[in-house]
Design a protein around this ligand. Structure first.
Ligand SMILES: [Fe+2]
Ligand SMILES: [Fe+2]
Length: 571
Protein backbone atom coordinates (compact mmCIF):
# COMPACT_ATOMS: atom_id res chain seq x y z
CA UNK A 1 0.00 0.00 0.00
CA UNK A 2 1.36 3.41 -0.93
CA UNK A 3 2.16 5.66 1.99
CA UNK A 4 -0.31 8.32 0.98
CA UNK A 5 -3.16 5.81 1.25
CA UNK A 6 -2.40 5.12 4.88
CA UNK A 7 -2.88 8.56 6.26
CA UNK A 8 -5.70 11.02 6.66
CA UNK A 9 -3.59 13.75 5.18
CA UNK A 10 -5.00 15.93 2.47
CA UNK A 11 -2.88 14.27 -0.18
CA UNK A 12 -5.12 11.22 -0.07
CA UNK A 13 -6.57 10.28 -3.39
CA UNK A 14 -9.53 8.10 -4.14
CA UNK A 15 -8.18 6.47 -7.25
CA UNK A 16 -5.54 4.23 -5.71
CA UNK A 17 -7.80 1.48 -4.29
CA UNK A 18 -8.32 0.17 -7.79
CA UNK A 19 -4.91 -1.42 -7.51
CA UNK A 20 -5.88 -3.35 -4.39
CA UNK A 21 -6.90 -7.01 -4.47
CA UNK A 22 -10.62 -7.50 -4.14
CA UNK A 23 -12.22 -9.77 -1.59
CA UNK A 24 -15.37 -11.80 -2.02
CA UNK A 25 -17.30 -9.34 0.12
CA UNK A 26 -16.78 -6.42 -2.18
CA UNK A 27 -17.72 -8.52 -5.17
CA UNK A 28 -21.13 -9.15 -3.65
CA UNK A 29 -22.12 -5.57 -4.23
CA UNK A 30 -19.99 -4.85 -7.25
CA UNK A 31 -22.14 -6.29 -9.99
CA UNK A 32 -23.00 -2.93 -11.47
CA UNK A 33 -19.57 -1.40 -11.03
CA UNK A 34 -17.89 -2.69 -14.15
CA UNK A 35 -17.42 0.82 -15.50
CA UNK A 36 -15.15 1.58 -12.58
CA UNK A 37 -12.70 -0.98 -13.84
CA UNK A 38 -11.67 1.20 -16.72
CA UNK A 39 -8.47 2.21 -14.98
CA UNK A 40 -7.48 -1.20 -13.64
CA UNK A 41 -8.05 -4.84 -14.42
CA UNK A 42 -8.02 -6.51 -10.95
CA UNK A 43 -11.58 -5.46 -10.33
CA UNK A 44 -12.96 -7.14 -13.45
CA UNK A 45 -10.80 -10.22 -12.89
CA UNK A 46 -12.07 -10.51 -9.33
CA UNK A 47 -15.66 -10.30 -10.50
CA UNK A 48 -15.23 -13.18 -12.88
CA UNK A 49 -13.54 -15.37 -10.29
CA UNK A 50 -16.25 -15.15 -7.64
CA UNK A 51 -19.48 -17.09 -7.24
CA UNK A 52 -22.88 -15.43 -7.38
CA UNK A 53 -24.21 -14.09 -4.09
CA UNK A 54 -27.13 -15.61 -2.25
CA UNK A 55 -30.46 -13.97 -3.00
CA UNK A 56 -30.63 -10.62 -1.23
CA UNK A 57 -33.65 -10.10 1.02
CA UNK A 58 -34.99 -7.82 3.75
CA UNK A 59 -32.98 -9.27 6.64
CA UNK A 60 -31.99 -6.35 8.89
CA UNK A 61 -28.28 -5.62 9.24
CA UNK A 62 -26.15 -2.62 10.28
CA UNK A 63 -28.59 -1.97 13.14
CA UNK A 64 -27.90 1.19 15.09
CA UNK A 65 -29.61 3.63 17.44
CA UNK A 66 -29.62 7.42 17.61
CA UNK A 67 -31.37 9.80 19.95
CA UNK A 68 -34.51 11.58 18.85
CA UNK A 69 -34.93 15.24 19.77
CA UNK A 70 -35.51 14.36 23.45
CA UNK A 71 -33.19 11.53 24.50
CA UNK A 72 -35.32 10.83 27.57
CA UNK A 73 -38.32 9.98 25.41
CA UNK A 74 -37.30 9.31 21.81
CA UNK A 75 -34.90 6.95 20.08
CA UNK A 76 -34.55 6.03 16.40
CA UNK A 77 -33.76 2.47 15.32
CA UNK A 78 -32.04 2.43 11.92
CA UNK A 79 -30.83 -0.42 9.77
CA UNK A 80 -30.18 -1.55 6.20
CA UNK A 81 -30.99 -4.64 4.20
CA UNK A 82 -29.46 -6.10 1.06
CA UNK A 83 -32.77 -5.84 -0.82
CA UNK A 84 -35.96 -3.86 -0.26
CA UNK A 85 -37.68 -4.87 2.99
CA UNK A 86 -41.38 -5.65 3.07
CA UNK A 87 -43.25 -4.22 6.06
CA UNK A 88 -40.07 -3.21 7.95
CA UNK A 89 -40.84 -2.68 11.62
CA UNK A 90 -39.66 -2.58 15.21
CA UNK A 91 -41.36 -4.41 18.08
CA UNK A 92 -40.93 -2.53 21.35
CA UNK A 93 -41.71 -3.08 25.01
CA UNK A 94 -40.43 -3.20 28.56
CA UNK A 95 -39.76 -6.93 28.28
CA UNK A 96 -39.32 -9.57 25.61
CA UNK A 97 -43.06 -9.73 24.98
CA UNK A 98 -42.76 -6.29 23.39
CA UNK A 99 -46.33 -5.01 22.81
CA UNK A 100 -45.88 -2.02 20.51
CA UNK A 101 -45.14 -2.22 16.79
CA UNK A 102 -43.62 0.78 15.03
CA UNK A 103 -43.36 0.86 11.23
CA UNK A 104 -40.09 2.02 9.72
CA UNK A 105 -39.67 4.60 6.97
CA UNK A 106 -37.58 3.57 3.98
CA UNK A 107 -34.78 5.79 2.67
CA UNK A 108 -32.73 4.76 -0.34
CA UNK A 109 -29.99 6.13 -2.51
CA UNK A 110 -28.05 4.91 -5.49
CA UNK A 111 -24.29 5.27 -5.15
CA UNK A 112 -23.05 7.78 -7.71
CA UNK A 113 -19.86 5.86 -8.43
CA UNK A 114 -20.76 2.16 -8.63
CA UNK A 115 -24.52 2.44 -9.13
CA UNK A 116 -25.53 0.20 -6.21
CA UNK A 117 -28.89 1.00 -4.61
CA UNK A 118 -28.87 0.97 -0.81
CA UNK A 119 -32.01 0.33 1.28
CA UNK A 120 -32.20 1.77 4.80
CA UNK A 121 -35.00 1.84 7.40
CA UNK A 122 -35.72 4.17 10.30
CA UNK A 123 -38.27 3.60 13.06
CA UNK A 124 -38.97 6.59 15.31
CA UNK A 125 -39.73 5.39 18.83
CA UNK A 126 -41.61 8.14 20.67
CA UNK A 127 -43.29 8.54 24.08
CA UNK A 128 -40.72 6.35 25.81
CA UNK A 129 -40.27 6.31 29.59
CA UNK A 130 -37.19 8.24 30.77
CA UNK A 131 -34.26 6.38 32.33
CA UNK A 132 -35.78 3.02 31.43
CA UNK A 133 -34.63 -0.18 29.81
CA UNK A 134 -36.48 -0.95 26.57
CA UNK A 135 -36.51 -4.22 24.66
CA UNK A 136 -36.85 -4.16 20.90
CA UNK A 137 -36.61 -6.38 17.86
CA UNK A 138 -36.15 -5.50 14.18
CA UNK A 139 -37.74 -7.44 11.36
CA UNK A 140 -39.59 -7.44 8.03
CA UNK A 141 -41.87 -9.88 6.20
CA UNK A 142 -38.89 -10.96 4.07
CA UNK A 143 -36.47 -11.24 7.02
CA UNK A 144 -34.63 -14.58 6.73
CA UNK A 145 -34.42 -14.55 10.54
CA UNK A 146 -38.17 -13.87 10.93
CA UNK A 147 -38.59 -16.78 13.32
CA UNK A 148 -36.07 -15.24 15.71
CA UNK A 149 -35.41 -11.66 14.59
CA UNK A 150 -32.55 -9.53 15.82
CA UNK A 151 -33.36 -8.28 19.34
CA UNK A 152 -31.55 -6.02 21.79
CA UNK A 153 -32.15 -3.51 24.59
CA UNK A 154 -31.39 0.15 25.16
CA UNK A 155 -31.79 2.66 27.95
CA UNK A 156 -33.40 6.08 27.56
CA UNK A 157 -31.73 9.14 29.05
CA UNK A 158 -32.63 10.36 32.52
CA UNK A 159 -34.54 13.60 33.01
CA UNK A 160 -33.25 16.62 34.88
CA UNK A 161 -30.24 16.74 37.16
CA UNK A 162 -28.98 13.15 36.85
CA UNK A 163 -25.53 11.60 36.48
CA UNK A 164 -24.64 9.76 33.26
CA UNK A 165 -21.70 8.53 31.20
CA UNK A 166 -20.84 9.06 27.56
CA UNK A 167 -17.83 7.99 25.51
CA UNK A 168 -16.18 9.35 22.38
CA UNK A 169 -13.74 8.75 19.57
CA UNK A 170 -13.61 9.43 15.85
CA UNK A 171 -11.97 7.87 12.82
CA UNK A 172 -13.21 4.31 13.28
CA UNK A 173 -12.94 2.61 9.83
CA UNK A 174 -13.82 -1.10 9.62
CA UNK A 175 -12.08 -4.35 10.57
CA UNK A 176 -12.10 -5.52 6.91
CA UNK A 177 -8.49 -4.84 6.05
CA UNK A 178 -9.09 -5.07 2.29
CA UNK A 179 -10.29 -1.47 2.54
CA UNK A 180 -8.00 1.54 2.57
CA UNK A 181 -7.51 2.77 6.18
CA UNK A 182 -9.39 -0.20 7.68
CA UNK A 183 -7.74 -2.09 10.56
CA UNK A 184 -8.55 -4.70 13.17
CA UNK A 185 -8.49 -2.14 15.99
CA UNK A 186 -11.89 -0.87 14.88
CA UNK A 187 -13.54 -4.06 16.19
CA UNK A 188 -11.74 -3.78 19.53
CA UNK A 189 -12.75 -0.11 19.74
CA UNK A 190 -16.42 -1.06 19.46
CA UNK A 191 -15.91 -3.69 22.18
CA UNK A 192 -14.26 -1.07 24.36
CA UNK A 193 -17.31 1.18 24.14
CA UNK A 194 -19.45 -1.75 25.27
CA UNK A 195 -17.13 -2.47 28.18
CA UNK A 196 -17.64 1.03 29.54
CA UNK A 197 -21.44 0.80 29.15
CA UNK A 198 -22.03 4.50 28.38
CA UNK A 199 -25.51 5.89 27.94
CA UNK A 200 -24.39 6.86 24.44
CA UNK A 201 -21.29 7.32 22.27
CA UNK A 202 -20.11 10.31 20.21
CA UNK A 203 -18.52 9.24 16.90
CA UNK A 204 -16.50 12.22 15.74
CA UNK A 205 -16.48 11.81 11.96
CA UNK A 206 -14.47 9.76 9.44
CA UNK A 207 -16.76 6.85 10.08
CA UNK A 208 -15.48 4.33 7.54
CA UNK A 209 -13.46 6.02 4.77
CA UNK A 210 -15.73 4.69 2.05
CA UNK A 211 -14.60 7.59 -0.15
CA UNK A 212 -11.06 6.17 -0.23
CA UNK A 213 -12.54 2.97 -1.68
CA UNK A 214 -14.57 4.52 -4.49
CA UNK A 215 -15.52 1.35 -6.37
CA UNK A 216 -17.20 -0.19 -3.34
CA UNK A 217 -18.41 2.65 -1.12
CA UNK A 218 -21.71 0.97 -0.05
CA UNK A 219 -19.87 -2.25 0.89
CA UNK A 220 -17.42 -0.35 3.09
CA UNK A 221 -20.38 1.37 4.77
CA UNK A 222 -21.99 -2.03 5.33
CA UNK A 223 -18.83 -3.43 6.91
CA UNK A 224 -18.71 -0.37 9.15
CA UNK A 225 -22.37 -0.72 10.12
CA UNK A 226 -22.06 -4.40 10.88
CA UNK A 227 -18.96 -3.81 12.99
CA UNK A 228 -20.40 -1.05 15.14
CA UNK A 229 -23.77 -2.80 15.50
CA UNK A 230 -22.14 -4.71 18.40
CA UNK A 231 -22.46 -1.49 20.40
CA UNK A 232 -24.67 0.87 18.39
CA UNK A 233 -27.65 -1.51 18.60
CA UNK A 234 -27.46 -1.28 22.41
CA UNK A 235 -26.96 2.46 22.90
CA UNK A 236 -27.14 5.48 20.59
CA UNK A 237 -24.05 6.35 18.61
CA UNK A 238 -24.25 10.03 17.66
CA UNK A 239 -22.09 10.91 14.66
CA UNK A 240 -20.92 14.00 12.85
CA UNK A 241 -19.80 13.94 9.21
CA UNK A 242 -16.08 14.25 8.54
CA UNK A 243 -14.12 14.81 5.36
CA UNK A 244 -14.30 11.11 4.52
CA UNK A 245 -18.10 11.17 4.52
CA UNK A 246 -17.94 13.44 1.43
CA UNK A 247 -18.46 11.29 -1.68
CA UNK A 248 -18.37 12.15 -5.39
CA UNK A 249 -21.79 12.24 -7.04
CA UNK A 250 -23.59 11.54 -3.74
CA UNK A 251 -25.45 14.79 -3.16
CA UNK A 252 -24.71 18.49 -3.06
CA UNK A 253 -22.12 18.16 -0.29
CA UNK A 254 -21.45 14.47 -0.90
CA UNK A 255 -23.28 13.42 2.29
CA UNK A 256 -26.10 11.36 0.73
CA UNK A 257 -24.80 8.02 2.01
CA UNK A 258 -24.32 9.41 5.53
CA UNK A 259 -27.70 11.16 5.55
CA UNK A 260 -29.52 8.09 4.23
CA UNK A 261 -28.08 5.88 6.95
CA UNK A 262 -28.53 8.19 9.94
CA UNK A 263 -31.72 9.74 11.31
CA UNK A 264 -30.58 12.64 13.50
CA UNK A 265 -32.36 15.34 15.52
CA UNK A 266 -33.77 18.12 13.35
CA UNK A 267 -31.96 21.45 13.34
CA UNK A 268 -34.91 23.40 11.93
CA UNK A 269 -33.00 24.59 8.85
CA UNK A 270 -32.99 23.58 5.21
CA UNK A 271 -29.94 21.41 5.97
CA UNK A 272 -31.32 18.56 8.11
CA UNK A 273 -28.95 15.95 9.49
CA UNK A 274 -25.68 17.80 8.83
CA UNK A 275 -25.64 19.39 12.29
CA UNK A 276 -27.89 19.12 15.36
CA UNK A 277 -28.16 19.39 19.13
CA UNK A 278 -29.65 17.36 21.95
CA UNK A 279 -29.67 17.61 25.72
CA UNK A 280 -29.04 14.90 28.30
CA UNK A 281 -29.37 15.88 31.94
CA UNK A 282 -27.66 19.25 32.40
CA UNK A 283 -25.42 18.88 29.31
CA UNK A 284 -26.19 20.31 25.87
CA UNK A 285 -24.49 18.45 23.03
CA UNK A 286 -23.92 20.30 19.75
CA UNK A 287 -22.73 18.36 16.69
CA UNK A 288 -21.23 20.38 13.82
CA UNK A 289 -20.03 19.83 10.24
CA UNK A 290 -16.67 21.58 10.10
CA UNK A 291 -15.91 21.24 6.38
CA UNK A 292 -18.25 24.23 6.13
CA UNK A 293 -15.67 26.52 7.77
CA UNK A 294 -12.22 24.92 7.41
CA UNK A 295 -9.70 26.01 4.79
CA UNK A 296 -8.11 22.63 4.16
CA UNK A 297 -9.24 20.58 1.20
CA UNK A 298 -9.71 17.09 2.67
CA UNK A 299 -12.63 15.77 0.63
CA UNK A 300 -12.38 13.09 -2.05
CA UNK A 301 -9.66 13.73 -4.58
CA UNK A 302 -8.62 12.12 -7.84
CA UNK A 303 -4.84 12.46 -7.83
CA UNK A 304 -4.37 10.73 -11.14
CA UNK A 305 -2.75 10.28 -13.49
CA UNK A 306 -5.70 7.90 -14.21
CA UNK A 307 -9.18 9.42 -14.06
CA UNK A 308 -11.97 7.94 -11.91
CA UNK A 309 -14.62 6.42 -14.15
CA UNK A 310 -18.07 5.87 -12.59
CA UNK A 311 -20.08 2.81 -13.59
CA UNK A 312 -21.94 3.37 -16.86
CA UNK A 313 -25.29 2.75 -15.12
CA UNK A 314 -24.86 5.93 -13.07
CA UNK A 315 -24.69 8.15 -16.13
CA UNK A 316 -22.08 10.19 -14.27
CA UNK A 317 -19.14 11.72 -16.11
CA UNK A 318 -15.52 10.69 -15.71
CA UNK A 319 -13.75 12.56 -12.90
CA UNK A 320 -10.52 13.98 -14.22
CA UNK A 321 -7.21 13.99 -12.33
CA UNK A 322 -6.79 17.07 -10.16
CA UNK A 323 -10.47 17.11 -9.15
CA UNK A 324 -11.32 17.44 -5.46
CA UNK A 325 -14.76 17.84 -3.85
CA UNK A 326 -14.15 21.02 -1.84
CA UNK A 327 -17.20 22.19 0.09
CA UNK A 328 -15.90 25.14 2.13
CA UNK A 329 -18.76 27.53 2.84
CA UNK A 330 -21.42 25.04 1.78
CA UNK A 331 -24.13 26.24 4.20
CA UNK A 332 -23.71 29.90 3.24
CA UNK A 333 -23.31 30.84 6.91
CA UNK A 334 -26.49 29.09 8.02
CA UNK A 335 -24.69 26.61 10.27
CA UNK A 336 -22.82 29.38 12.10
CA UNK A 337 -26.03 31.41 12.54
CA UNK A 338 -27.77 28.31 13.96
CA UNK A 339 -24.76 27.69 16.24
CA UNK A 340 -24.88 31.20 17.66
CA UNK A 341 -28.62 31.02 18.23
CA UNK A 342 -28.32 27.62 19.91
CA UNK A 343 -25.43 28.76 22.13
CA UNK A 344 -27.19 31.99 23.09
CA UNK A 345 -30.30 30.09 24.19
CA UNK A 346 -28.19 27.56 26.09
CA UNK A 347 -26.31 30.27 27.95
CA UNK A 348 -29.62 31.62 29.24
CA UNK A 349 -31.05 28.18 30.10
CA UNK A 350 -30.79 27.38 33.81
CA UNK A 351 -31.15 23.68 33.05
CA UNK A 352 -27.91 23.62 31.05
CA UNK A 353 -24.65 23.67 33.03
CA UNK A 354 -22.35 22.22 30.39
CA UNK A 355 -21.95 22.57 26.63
CA UNK A 356 -20.08 19.88 24.68
CA UNK A 357 -19.37 20.44 20.98
CA UNK A 358 -18.59 17.60 18.60
CA UNK A 359 -16.95 18.17 15.22
CA UNK A 360 -14.49 16.26 13.06
CA UNK A 361 -11.64 18.65 12.20
CA UNK A 362 -9.37 20.39 14.65
CA UNK A 363 -8.91 23.94 15.82
CA UNK A 364 -6.11 22.91 18.20
CA UNK A 365 -4.00 19.96 17.08
CA UNK A 366 -0.21 19.74 17.00
CA UNK A 367 0.04 16.44 15.15
CA UNK A 368 3.05 16.42 12.87
CA UNK A 369 2.13 13.43 10.73
CA UNK A 370 -1.55 14.36 10.58
CA UNK A 371 -3.32 17.47 9.36
CA UNK A 372 -2.72 19.89 12.23
CA UNK A 373 -4.97 22.82 13.13
CA UNK A 374 -7.27 24.82 10.87
CA UNK A 375 -7.60 28.59 11.11
CA UNK A 376 -11.11 28.42 9.65
CA UNK A 377 -12.58 26.91 12.84
CA UNK A 378 -10.69 29.40 15.00
CA UNK A 379 -12.10 32.33 13.05
CA UNK A 380 -15.67 31.11 12.60
CA UNK A 381 -16.50 29.27 15.79
CA UNK A 382 -13.97 29.80 18.60
CA UNK A 383 -15.19 33.37 19.28
CA UNK A 384 -18.70 31.90 19.77
CA UNK A 385 -17.34 29.19 22.06
CA UNK A 386 -15.67 31.94 24.11
CA UNK A 387 -18.69 34.22 24.16
CA UNK A 388 -21.16 31.58 25.27
CA UNK A 389 -18.88 29.38 27.37
CA UNK A 390 -18.49 26.07 25.55
CA UNK A 391 -16.77 23.68 27.96
CA UNK A 392 -15.47 20.82 25.81
CA UNK A 393 -14.82 20.34 22.09
CA UNK A 394 -14.35 16.73 20.95
CA UNK A 395 -12.85 16.08 17.51
CA UNK A 396 -11.02 13.45 15.48
CA UNK A 397 -9.29 13.88 12.10
CA UNK A 398 -5.77 13.55 13.47
CA UNK A 399 -5.49 9.93 14.57
CA UNK A 400 -4.07 10.54 18.00
CA UNK A 401 -4.84 11.95 21.46
CA UNK A 402 -4.18 15.52 22.44
CA UNK A 403 -5.75 17.64 25.19
CA UNK A 404 -5.53 21.38 25.32
CA UNK A 405 -5.50 23.63 28.36
CA UNK A 406 -8.72 25.61 28.76
CA UNK A 407 -8.32 28.35 26.13
CA UNK A 408 -9.98 31.73 25.75
CA UNK A 409 -9.21 34.49 23.27
CA UNK A 410 -6.33 34.71 20.82
CA UNK A 411 -2.79 35.98 20.48
CA UNK A 412 -2.37 37.63 17.10
CA UNK A 413 0.53 37.49 14.63
CA UNK A 414 2.15 34.60 16.50
CA UNK A 415 2.55 32.27 13.51
CA UNK A 416 4.96 31.84 10.64
CA UNK A 417 4.48 30.91 7.01
CA UNK A 418 6.33 27.61 6.42
CA UNK A 419 7.43 28.51 2.88
CA UNK A 420 8.55 32.11 3.40
CA UNK A 421 9.05 32.54 7.16
CA UNK A 422 6.81 35.60 7.06
CA UNK A 423 4.61 36.34 10.08
CA UNK A 424 1.06 34.94 9.87
CA UNK A 425 -1.92 35.63 12.11
CA UNK A 426 -2.91 32.12 13.16
CA UNK A 427 -5.31 33.32 15.91
CA UNK A 428 -3.16 31.41 18.41
CA UNK A 429 -5.52 30.28 21.21
CA UNK A 430 -4.61 31.70 24.58
CA UNK A 431 -4.40 29.31 27.57
CA UNK A 432 -6.49 30.58 30.49
CA UNK A 433 -3.89 30.49 33.26
CA UNK A 434 -6.45 31.07 36.03
CA UNK A 435 -8.58 28.06 35.02
CA UNK A 436 -6.95 25.55 37.43
CA UNK A 437 -8.80 25.19 40.72
CA UNK A 438 -7.04 24.62 44.04
CA UNK A 439 -7.87 20.89 43.92
CA UNK A 440 -6.28 20.51 40.49
CA UNK A 441 -9.55 20.38 38.61
CA UNK A 442 -10.04 22.69 35.64
CA UNK A 443 -12.68 25.41 35.49
CA UNK A 444 -14.02 25.43 31.96
CA UNK A 445 -16.05 28.48 32.90
CA UNK A 446 -12.74 30.24 32.16
CA UNK A 447 -11.84 28.47 28.93
CA UNK A 448 -12.73 25.68 26.50
CA UNK A 449 -10.89 22.35 26.45
CA UNK A 450 -10.24 20.79 23.04
CA UNK A 451 -9.76 17.03 22.83
CA UNK A 452 -8.40 15.29 19.76
CA UNK A 453 -9.87 11.78 19.90
CA UNK A 454 -9.00 10.45 16.46
CA UNK A 455 -7.86 7.04 17.66
CA UNK A 456 -10.90 4.94 16.84
CA UNK A 457 -9.46 2.22 14.66
CA UNK A 458 -7.88 3.26 11.37
CA UNK A 459 -4.73 1.67 9.95
CA UNK A 460 -2.93 5.02 10.17
CA UNK A 461 -2.14 6.24 13.69
CA UNK A 462 -0.79 9.78 13.39
CA UNK A 463 0.67 10.10 16.89
CA UNK A 464 3.82 12.01 16.06
CA UNK A 465 3.69 15.59 17.26
CA UNK A 466 5.29 18.82 16.19
CA UNK A 467 8.35 20.14 18.06
CA UNK A 468 9.98 23.53 17.65
CA UNK A 469 13.53 22.66 16.57
CA UNK A 470 14.80 25.81 18.32
CA UNK A 471 13.58 25.20 21.87
CA UNK A 472 11.99 21.74 21.84
CA UNK A 473 8.58 23.13 22.79
CA UNK A 474 5.36 21.84 21.20
CA UNK A 475 4.74 23.27 17.77
CA UNK A 476 1.60 23.07 15.64
CA UNK A 477 1.15 23.37 11.91
CA UNK A 478 -1.94 25.03 10.50
CA UNK A 479 -3.95 25.50 7.39
CA UNK A 480 -4.52 29.22 6.98
CA UNK A 481 -5.63 29.02 3.34
CA UNK A 482 -7.09 26.48 0.90
CA UNK A 483 -4.71 23.77 -0.33
CA UNK A 484 -6.46 23.03 -3.59
CA UNK A 485 -4.89 20.49 -5.98
CA UNK A 486 -1.78 21.49 -7.91
CA UNK A 487 0.19 19.54 -10.53
CA UNK A 488 2.55 16.99 -9.03
CA UNK A 489 6.18 18.12 -9.29
CA UNK A 490 7.28 14.51 -9.83
CA UNK A 491 4.55 12.54 -11.65
CA UNK A 492 3.38 13.84 -15.02
CA UNK A 493 -0.40 14.11 -15.22
CA UNK A 494 -0.83 13.64 -11.47
CA UNK A 495 -1.87 16.18 -8.83
CA UNK A 496 -1.18 16.72 -5.13
CA UNK A 497 -2.62 18.74 -2.27
CA UNK A 498 -0.08 20.44 -0.07
CA UNK A 499 -0.04 19.97 3.71
CA UNK A 500 -0.48 22.81 6.22
CA UNK A 501 1.12 26.15 5.32
CA UNK A 502 1.99 27.76 8.69
CA UNK A 503 3.36 26.93 12.14
CA UNK A 504 2.94 28.37 15.63
CA UNK A 505 4.08 27.53 19.15
CA UNK A 506 1.44 25.19 20.59
CA UNK A 507 1.31 27.04 23.92
CA UNK A 508 -2.20 25.67 24.36
CA UNK A 509 -1.19 21.98 24.22
CA UNK A 510 -1.42 20.26 27.63
CA UNK A 511 -1.00 16.53 26.85
CA UNK A 512 -0.01 14.51 23.78
CA UNK A 513 -0.04 10.70 23.77
CA UNK A 514 3.18 9.66 22.09
CA UNK A 515 2.69 6.01 23.10
CA UNK A 516 -0.14 5.10 20.74
CA UNK A 517 -2.64 6.80 18.46
CA UNK A 518 -5.54 4.61 19.63
CA UNK A 519 -7.96 5.13 22.49
CA UNK A 520 -11.29 6.35 23.72
CA UNK A 521 -12.48 8.96 26.17
CA UNK A 522 -14.98 8.20 28.93
CA UNK A 523 -16.90 11.14 30.39
CA UNK A 524 -18.72 10.86 33.72
CA UNK A 525 -21.08 13.73 34.42
CA UNK A 526 -21.85 14.55 38.05
CA UNK A 527 -24.59 17.18 37.90
CA UNK A 528 -24.20 18.07 41.58
CA UNK A 529 -26.90 19.99 43.32
CA UNK A 530 -28.54 23.12 42.02
CA UNK A 531 -26.24 26.01 42.85
CA UNK A 532 -23.53 23.62 44.10
CA UNK A 533 -20.51 22.10 42.34
CA UNK A 534 -20.92 20.08 39.17
CA UNK A 535 -18.15 18.10 37.50
CA UNK A 536 -17.22 16.08 34.44
CA UNK A 537 -14.47 13.52 34.91
CA UNK A 538 -12.71 12.57 31.68
CA UNK A 539 -10.79 9.31 31.69
CA UNK A 540 -8.85 8.75 28.49
CA UNK A 541 -7.98 5.09 27.88
CA UNK A 542 -5.46 4.17 25.25
CA UNK A 543 -4.44 0.90 23.61
CA UNK A 544 -0.64 0.47 23.93
CA UNK A 545 0.81 -1.64 21.14
CA UNK A 546 -2.15 -1.09 18.82
CA UNK A 547 0.04 0.93 16.48
CA UNK A 548 1.72 -2.39 15.60
CA UNK A 549 -0.87 -5.11 16.32
CA UNK A 550 -4.58 -4.65 17.10
CA UNK A 551 -5.31 -5.19 20.79
CA UNK A 552 -8.40 -5.43 22.99
CA UNK A 553 -6.49 -3.99 25.96
CA UNK A 554 -7.29 -0.39 26.80
CA UNK A 555 -5.43 1.18 29.74
CA UNK A 556 -5.95 4.47 31.56
CA UNK A 557 -3.71 7.18 30.13
CA UNK A 558 -4.88 10.27 31.98
CA UNK A 559 -7.72 11.64 34.09
CA UNK A 560 -8.91 15.22 33.76
CA UNK A 561 -11.53 16.66 36.09
CA UNK A 562 -13.58 19.69 35.11
CA UNK A 563 -15.60 21.40 37.79
CA UNK A 564 -17.60 24.57 38.27
CA UNK A 565 -20.67 25.93 39.95
CA UNK A 566 -23.98 24.61 38.69
CA UNK A 567 -26.49 27.24 37.67
CA UNK A 568 -29.11 28.23 40.18
CA UNK A 569 -32.69 28.26 39.01
CA UNK A 570 -34.47 31.57 38.97
CA UNK A 571 -37.76 31.17 40.75
FE1 LIG B 1 -9.53 10.31 9.84
FE1 LIG C 1 -10.55 13.42 8.71
Amino acid sequence: MAKDQKTDRPDNTVSNPLSKPFSRRNFLTGTSAAGLAAAASPFAASQAANAAPTTPDGTPEQIHLTWGKDPARSVVVSWASAAQATNPRVHLGHDKHFGRTISAVQKTYTDGLNGQTVFTYHAQLEDLSPDSLHHYSVTADNDSNAAAPFAATFRTAPCGRAPFRFTSFGDLATPVTAWVLSYGQSAFAVQAVEQFQPLFHLLNGDLCYANLNPTVQPTVWADFGNNNQASAANRPWMPCPGNHEIEFYNGEQGFTSYLTRYALPHNGTRFPGRWYSFQVGTVLFISLQADDVIYQDGGPFVGGPAPLVPAASTGNATIEPGTSFYIHGWSGGEQTRWLELTLREASKDDDIDWIVVQMHQDALSSSKTGNGSDLGIRQAWLPLFDKYGVDIVVCGHDHDYERSFPVRGFNHDAGQDIATGAPVDTFQPNPAVDATNADGSLDTGKGTIHLILGGGGTSAPLDVYGVDPGDGAPQAKLFTKPNRPIPSPTTPGAFIRNPADAVEDAIWSATRDTGTGYGLAVFDVDPGREGGKTSITINYYHAPGADKVPTPNYELFETTVLSKHAKRHRR
